[in-house]
Structures are given as C-alpha cells and as structure tokens.
Ligand binder design. Structure first.
Ligand code: CUA
Length: 159
C-alpha cells in the first residue's frame, strides 16, 4: 500500500510540473512573444495600395523639425528608393512589407529593423554624417534577396 501511495504522489508531482511548464509557455507566448517589442501597430498587407500612408510611401515633415519616412518593402525592392533625409534631425522610419518579412538595415549605422507584413515597424534615428548610405535587406526573402538594396541620401541642411 505504501508503494502505491508514493506512486500516486509522484504522478501528481510529475503532472503538476508538466502543467506548470505548459502554462509558462502559454503565458509567455500570449503576453510577450506574439507582439513586436516596442511599437505595436497593424496594417492590412493586402490593401496597401489603398492605404492613405503606404499607397504613396515617401518622406514628409515630422515632429521636432524632423521627417517621417514611410517605406514599403516588397520582393525585391524598397519604395521609395532613393530616400532623402536631412542630417542632424530626427528621422522616423515607418516600415511595412507587402509580402514576406524583409530586413531594413542602413549599413554602417545602428538603424536596423524588420519589415513585417501586417505590422508597422517604427523607429527614430538621427544621422549626423551627411552622405550616401546603403539600405540592405538582411532577412532572407527569396531568390533575389542579395539584390534587395536601396540608397539613403543624408543631406546637410535640407528640410
Ligand atoms: Cu528582402 Cu531579403
């Protein structure tokens, strides 16, 4: 009888552990892992053509004397291209994708984010050094992934 009791205790303990680990997974995915970490905003990737912002992506005036750049990534290009922004002022990028996940990395800077279909990735950077930069897709997105580049022109003293 004692053996059976111990077996029962261990069975309950083992089941309890499994339930605890599973709940941990559900809590983590439900509350933390599913949403992008910083900026949560959705957009319908199938109707970007009629979206007031992303149907005509480009550079427009933003807060604090900076600019806001709306960018659509799509196999295998970025729109707009080239992108022209002022030096020394905040540049807020708003990225989305029309098809699959792409990367958006301004090579040689810390500007780096993912363009995810269905979501708007937003981040703000200030480019202190005027010049021409390469924007590269750094997420594998298909056969011509390696050709998916664009040009960023940082101009001194332009609005
Ligand atoms: Cu787009 Cu790789």
């Amino acid at each position: 009888m004692n053996v059976e009791l111990y077996e029962r205790i261990w069975m309950w303990a083992a089941s309890g552990l499994i339930v605890a680990f599973l709940s941990l997974i559900f809590v983590m995915t439900g509350l933390h892992a599913i949403t992008p970490p910083s900026h949560f905003e959705t957009v319908d990737p199938a109707s970007l053509a009629s979206n007031p912002e992303f149907s005509s992506p480009g550079v427009r005036p933003g807060p604090d004397g900076g600019v806001v750049v709306s960018v659509v990534a799509e196999m295998f290009d970025f729109n707009p291209n080239p992108i022209e922004v002022p030096a020394g002022r905040p540049v807020t990028f708003r990225l989305t994708s029309a098809d699959v996940i792409h990367g958006f990395e301004v090579v040689g800077t810390n500007a780096n984010a993912m363009a995810i279909p269905g979501y708007v990735s937003q981040f703000t950077v200030t480019f202190d050094h005027p010049g021409e930069y390469t924007i590269a897709c750094n997420e594998y997105c298909g056969l011509l992934h390696h050709n998916m580049v664009a040009k960023l022109i940082v101009k001194k003293g332009t609005p």
